[in-house]
Design a protein around this ligand. Structure first.
Ligand SMILES: [Zn+2]
Length: 439
């Protein structure tokens, strides 16, 4: 009889825990209705250029050629002189959509999106782009629309090549990147003679986003060790160098532009991504320009034991790693827009070149912004749960309680810890006690 009770309780506990997995992980963690929070101090930049080299893994980017030169000489010079750099750690699934959502919206992909194919917006979310005055984007039709679709008002502009024409790059995927750089060039060219566009560009709180799909496509087709993949890194580097000089010329070298270069995910040696191997989860991050700290010489040993600093010949420069979602609050802080409402990113302070006062205010704002989500979630849970069932616990006892019960039953049935003969008589119906243990 007691054994039946035991089995029944066990079944109930496991069914409840099993169902709770769906409640915890397979429903959207996103909430709505938070108040936007921006750092009250004046931001260091008026505009930000974000370049995402899709599928670029960290070691392919940072590792030097056998002759000691870099395949990305421009960005290497930024790392050496005027920028802050590190590894951006992505999470699984290492796919383009979740990677971009983490970078631009500051949260890790909603697992409930699995059922919806990762493509369309499964839920509405806020993003750095949505918080800007204007964002202009160039790149793949698989990525850009999700940030325009969710944006309130008409201020996120996308320029994509038609999906069916992605074939134009079938012989050489780096053409996808050339297409983007060419479009951006002609955009700034046209702004010189288009008064209203020019006026919009000269406003603050603007973002320019370049999504470069060439490296990813070349990696899938030829693998990351191929000449195609590696040459594409060089092409992107040259493109970024030209882009920076064009943007600086357009804005009269006003020192108000910040730049962020990174990737959405890496790639395995076999040319795939999606899982959690370091080749997939480690991506490069380089930031420079207005509000970003200059290259710092490393003083003493750095807190990284993975050997990359030596492999990449970067021991002399301070490395600052981030979690991918931290890039969203970094970008928001640089141009002074509210942190994206659903962001769980933590502002990486070492990237900032600003006063201690600014940093303190920004951290405080960041904390309040994350707390807002918790408060809303708590209120929602309270409203949708029956009053007597909603109890905020100080201590979590669920599985520990069950385990203690199991241990107790095992001890009672399989060990003789009881020295009282009268009780032994009572439990005797299912306990065999060796005669020599009787007292
Ligand atoms: Zn991707």
């Amino acid at each position: 009889m007691r054994m039946i009770t035991f089995l029944l309780v066990g079944l109930i506990v496991h069914v409840v825990f099993f169902l709770s997995i769906f409640d915890i992980y397979f429903t959207s963690p996103l909430v709505h209705g938070m108040t936007p929070h921006a750092t009250p101090q004046a931001p260091p930049s008026s505009r930000l250029v974000l370049v995402v080299a899709d599928g670029l893994r960290a070691d392919s980017f940072f590792t030097l050629l056998p002759n000691g030169s870099s395949r990305a000489p421009y960005l290497r010079s930024v790392i050496e002189e005027k920028g802050t750099w590190g590894v951006s750690h992505t999470r699984v699934p290492t796919e383009s959509r979740p990677g971009h959502v983490a970078l631009i919206a500051g949260f890790y992909e909603d697992v409930s999106a699995v059922a919806k194919g990762w493509k369309e917006n499964p839920v509405e979310f806020d993003s750095v782009f949505n918080e800007t005055r204007h964002t202009w984007c160039w790149g793949s039709p698989d990525i850009l629309p999700m940030f325009a679709k969710g944006a309130s008002g008409d201020h996120v502009y996308t320029h994509t090549y038609p999906a069916e024409e992605e074939d134009f790059a079938s012989t050489d995927a780096s053409r996808l990147d050339t297409w983007v750089f060419t479009q951006v060039k002609s955009f700034f060219q046209s702004a010189k003679s288009n008064a209203s566009l020019r006026a919009n560009l000269l406003q603050d709180e603007n973002v320019f986003f370049l999504h470069l799909l060439g490296i990813d496509t070349n990696g899938h087709a030829h693998r990351p060790m191929s000449q195609e993949y590696l040459d594409n890194i060089g092409l992107v580097d040259t493109g970024v160098a030209e882009l920076v000089s064009m943007v600086e010329d357009f804005f009269g070298h006003d020192g108000r532009t910040a730049y962020v270069f990174t990737s959405d995910h890496g790639m395995t040696n076999w040319g795939s991504h999606g899982a959690g191997h370091p080749s997939e989860t480690l991506t490069p991050l380089v930031a420079w320009g207005a509000g970003v700290h200059n290259a710092r010489r490393a003083t003493g040993p750095q807190p990284y034991s993975d050997g990359f600093l030596q492999d990449w010949k970067l021991e002399h420069l301070q490395r600052v790693d981030v979690n991918q979602a931290d890039i969203a609050p970094l970008m928001a802080s640089l141009i002074g827009v509210p942190f994206p409402l659903n962001s769980v990113g933590i502002l990486p302070l070492l990237y900032l070149n600003n006063s201690e006062h600014f940093k303190a205010e920004s951290m405080y704002t960041n904390a309040i912004q994350v707390l807002e989500q918790y408060k809303i979630k708590m209120t929602q849970k309270k409203e949708t749960t029956m009053p007597f069932l909603f109890t905020p616990f100080d201590v979590v006892l669920g599985f520990v309680g069950w385990t203690s019960y199991v241990v107790l039953v095992i001890l009672k049935t399989h060990a003789n810890l009881n020295r009282n003969p009268s009780v032994l008589q009572q439990v005797g119906e299912y306990t065999v006690i060796p005669p020599d243990l009787h007292v």
